[in-house]
Design a protein around this ligand. Structure first.
Ligand code: HEC
Ligand code: HEC
Length: 278
């Protein structure tokens, strides 16, 4: 009987591995997320689909630059610990710009520095990288703007520049920005059922989030109603490729749209119009 059990467990484990590998091949790096994509991708994917994005090793940065990049890393990835002076949301920049800001299809910081200054339809003018960071500070982080010469702004820019810096020999980064889904008619009621079954376990029954790293999706500690994520289009595009975090790429475009519509209908903080210029 015991031996039978051992064999059953072994078969089950193998089946599980096979499933992961098949999924890895089928979904590719966007399906498996950056970390999964990096190691599974390197084994199974054609070179054109890999993301061989590398940054200058920290050991090669000057001491002054290293200090800025490290502080930027902390502010970006542990915002609710290091940035509370400026932010009210309990969400790290890196909770939306996933894997420290280099996961494809999550508005990564790769190539971002070079894209600015650029025209912003929201602001109706050309904006700088500073302005774009302030937009996420005042909207996505429900916080206040940083002084342009503050150690925090300098550090965030150093970190984004460090991630953005292209290297000769580097392949084009696939998955810049957010990949919009086809326009579908949302069904928030169906979204509520998906939320309860597939999201509440990590984000809480009332969207309140949980212990780090599980951020809130609505309520007083979430992003405000001026944030980019406060749109069904942007959230569904994010969710399709990045959520549920343990089963990325398993929702259909319709399901991602429905669950985003349900979340969109929940209460959240109001954008402070004193910061309208951002
Ligand atoms: C609630 C989710 C969320 C949080 C938190 C967040 N952002 Fe963003 N951010 C977005 C979205 C959505 C976009 C727009 C993506 C698009 O439309 O392509 C964006 C865009 C950006 C861009 C422009 C990217 C580009 O390539 O043009 C920068 C820079 C940026 N965010 C920095 C930050 C920083 C720094 C923080 C933390 C202080 C932060 N974000 C926190 C959601 C978020
Ligand atoms: C296994 C846990 C887990 C599950 C299940 C899960 N998430 Fe997440 N979610 C996370 C984590 C962790 C993050 C932070 C980003 C990261 O590290 O991938 C996140 C980030 C997010 C964000 C961006 C940050 C914010 O606060 O707005 C959204 C939106 C989101 N999840 C929506 C969903 C939706 C919708 C579902 C269900 C379809 C879902 N998540 C299921 C763990 C989970």
């Amino acid at each position: 009987m015991k031996r039978w059990l051992t064999v059953a467990v072994a078969v089950f484990t193998l089946a599980l591995y096979a499933g992961v590998i098949v999924l890895g091949v089928r979904l590719g790096p966007q399906g498996m997320g950056w970390v999964g994509g990096a190691w599974l991708g390197s084994m199974f994917e054609p070179a054109s689909l890999q993301h061989p994005w590398h940054v200058t090793p920290m050991s090669r940065l000057s001491p002054a630059k290293l200090h800025q990049v490290q502080y930027g890393w902390e502010l970006f990835n542990e915002t609710p610990v290091y940035g509370t002076q400026y932010t009210k949301a309990r969400i790290a920049c890196g909770n939306c710009h996933v894997a420290g800001g280099i996961a494809p299809y999550s508005a990564p910081m790769v190539g971002t520095a070079q894209a600015y200054p650029k025209f912003s339809p929201r602001a109706g003018r050309k904006i700088t990288l500073d302005d774009r960071i302030e937009e996420c500070m005042t909207r996505s982080e429900n916080g206040s703007p940083l002084a342009s010469d503050s150690a925090e702004m300098v550090a965030l820019k150093a970190y984004i520049n460090w991630l953005s810096e292209p290297h000769k020999d580097q392949a084009k980064f696939i998955g810049r920005g957010l990949e919009p889904l086809p326009v579908l008619t949302p069904d928030p009621q169906h979204g509520a059922a998906i939320y309860a079954a597939q999201c509440a376990g990590c984000h809480g029954a009332n969207g309140e989030g949980a212990r780090r790293p599980y951020p809130p999706l609505w309520g007083p500690e979430s992003f405000n109603d001026g944030a980019g994520m406060n749109s069904i289009d942007k959230m569904s595009a994010f969710v399709q490729y990045n959520m549920p975090q343990n089963r990325k790429g398993t929702l259909s475009a319709q399901e991602a749209t429905d669950v985003a519509a349900f979340i969109h209908a929940q209460p959240r903080p109001k954008f402070n119009h004193a910061y309208d210029k951002y």
